[in-house]
Design a protein around this ligand. Sequence first.
Ligand SMILES: *[C@@H]1O[C@H](CO)[C@@H](O)[C@H](O)[C@H]1NC(C)=O
Ligand SMILES: *[C@@H]1O[C@H](CO)[C@@H](O)[C@H](O)[C@H]1NC(C)=O
Ligand SMILES: *[C@@H]1O[C@H](CO)[C@@H](O)[C@H](O)[C@H]1NC(C)=O
Ligand SMILES: *[C@@H]1O[C@H](CO)[C@@H](O)[C@H](O)[C@H]1NC(C)=O
Ligand SMILES: *[C@@H]1O[C@H](CO)[C@@H](O)[C@H](O)[C@H]1NC(C)=O
Length: 580
Amino acid sequence: MEENSNLLLVLWLVELLTLGYSYIYLVVTYGDLKPQGSLYDFAVTIYSYDRPRLLNRLLLDILEQEQLLVIRKRRLFLQIVDDNSIGCHDVHYWRSQKSENVNDFYQVNSKEQLLGLPCTFPSRLFGVLETLEGTLDWQIWISKRHFGKHEHWKMVRRAFETLKDVHSTFYVFLQDDMRICCQFFDRAQMFWSLIEDRYKMTLSLHCDNNRVNYSGWTMLNSTQKHRAVVLSGWVESSNFLCESRFLEWMNYTFPMVNPSRWYRRKYASSGVGETLSNLLYRAGYSMYRTSHSLLYHCRARDSKMHPVIRKEELLETFAFIDGDVVGSRMELECVTVTCSMASTWPRTQLLYDSLYSLAPQIDIIYLYLNDYEHIPSFLHVDFVQIVSCPESSDLGDIGKFYVTPHADYHFTLDDDIIYPWDFVMEMISCYTSLPQPALLGVHGVMLDQEKLFRQDYFQSRTVISLEMAVPCPCQVNILGTGAMLYQPRSFNIPKEIFIEKNMADIYIAILAKSRNINLFIVNRSSYWLTEQRKDDIPSIYEDFIRNGQKRRKITKMLREFMPWKCSHTDNLSVCCFTQS
Ligand SMILES: *[C@@H]1O[C@H](CO)[C@@H](O)[C@H](O)[C@H]1NC(C)=O
Ligand SMILES: *[C@@H]1O[C@H](CO)[C@@H](O)[C@H](O)[C@H]1NC(C)=O
Ligand SMILES: *[C@@H]1O[C@H](CO)[C@@H](O)[C@H](O)[C@H]1NC(C)=O
Ligand SMILES: *[C@@H]1O[C@H](CO)[C@@H](O)[C@H](O)[C@H]1NC(C)=O
Ligand SMILES: *[C@@H]1O[C@H](CO)[C@@H](O)[C@H](O)[C@H]1NC(C)=O
């Protein structure tokens, strides 16, 4: 470290003087600091579970920063260790599980390999693969069963074992719900080089509010060593940087965490951070953290690994280095998206295809099963939450409104539609451009008030169906709830409004009208969504047309809420005008 101290001083001044330092900084840093023979500059490991949208966001962060680097292309290796987000069920694995050397993970380097695995929803990782393909050297491990927090050490062991053959100057471990600060790799490297301590082993790049002066695991109190780094006495299972000597010392493996840990403390954490911290502490090595967090923890309120504790103990980022404004912007980009769907058993096969198309795009799918005798096995994945039970009654389409969602964006969807890969992205982007309050759909109905009054509902309506192209967002009177988007924060739907089955579109239209909420249809191509047809399965619509009593009922309801007009003034966005 001695011979580098002048250089380090220069680096520190540069960091202090300007944020736009990257040119000088890069020239200075990549002097002779890099040990000979290393293949990569950074080897990044991301532990991931069931948050493909956040994982993808983090990958885009990393790739965007790397593409900005014009002077010298950094060499990055990236591995994702996924805790079976995609529903893998391999009987051979279970049969051979007890034998020595059984492999707990699938290795994936391409979409073909992913599709070849015995897993029900490989599509959940399609977005991630699309982002990675053709970029850096990467590798995905998918556990053959879900390890959860009790066996999280197996994920860490997998990561360390892989890294034995990945020669890199630095190793960084991240969690999928983190975002990186600007110039993340440069800064991480610089803070590491500032620590003048022969025994330094790890540098945590994130600190949450509870851990600022933390001393729980090793009884060491935090000591500020420098303006930029704190001797902390702890390291977590991820969100830190190290060099290869740490992994060498760990023998490129990780010891088993004793299950007795949870006998009395059911909600205790995975034990990986505690084990690591204690190993290092007892061996006399030092653990540091950066004074400011270089990572931002998105959606600190929901945890996949410790859902129960997280409610009391929020792991919010402490002192994010890019400031609160950037942090809030990042939080906004980590919106949660859920959907609810009702299914009826003759459509089981259609349901699978529909969920397959949604898997990469949605955080959680709430599913109400009408009349199912049992839960089909493909539904045993964590992102699908069955909200009915076998004794639940057949609610028809009201099942879509059975749960009260809490996400930032919520869709009601149908089990017989295939949703395109850009469905969620395009819908949210269109929604945010609309005058609020609004609901957004894909198909819908405009009413002719004259005809509604003199004849009936079916004569009065003009349907904007899926086969029609819609050149720009247009306003309608009734939306199809088979593809509807809203923000639960600003539009709550009381269950009491649904009096009769399979008329949800009408009830929603009336509710929205009574609250002065405008209904829009997204601009889109013809057949952007496709309905799957099965000739032998009766559609609700057919049933509806034949039922004269229902038609009279709807006509009467809609007449009570007259006038039905598209009152919007911007003619481009009003369907009633473009029609005439
Ligand atoms: C951590 O300790 C320092 C020094 O004792 C104190 O000033 C600071 O308020 C503490 N921070 C938290 C979040 O407890
Ligand atoms: C850590 O701080 C606490 C409270 O300030 C003190 O009582 C304790 O002795 C300190 N521990 C060590 C190891 O210095
Ligand atoms: C790595 O293996 C060596 C030799 O068996 C052992 O002495 C050392 O304690 C191991 N390292 C750790 C962190 O367990
Ligand atoms: C709607 O129009 C916008 C602006 O032209 C476009 O970016 C978007 O892709 C369109 N939406 C769909 C679903 O095609
Ligand atoms: C609205 O319609 C009028 C007449 O048809 C046209 O001149 C005007 O450009 C339209 N406005 C917009 C915003 O397109």
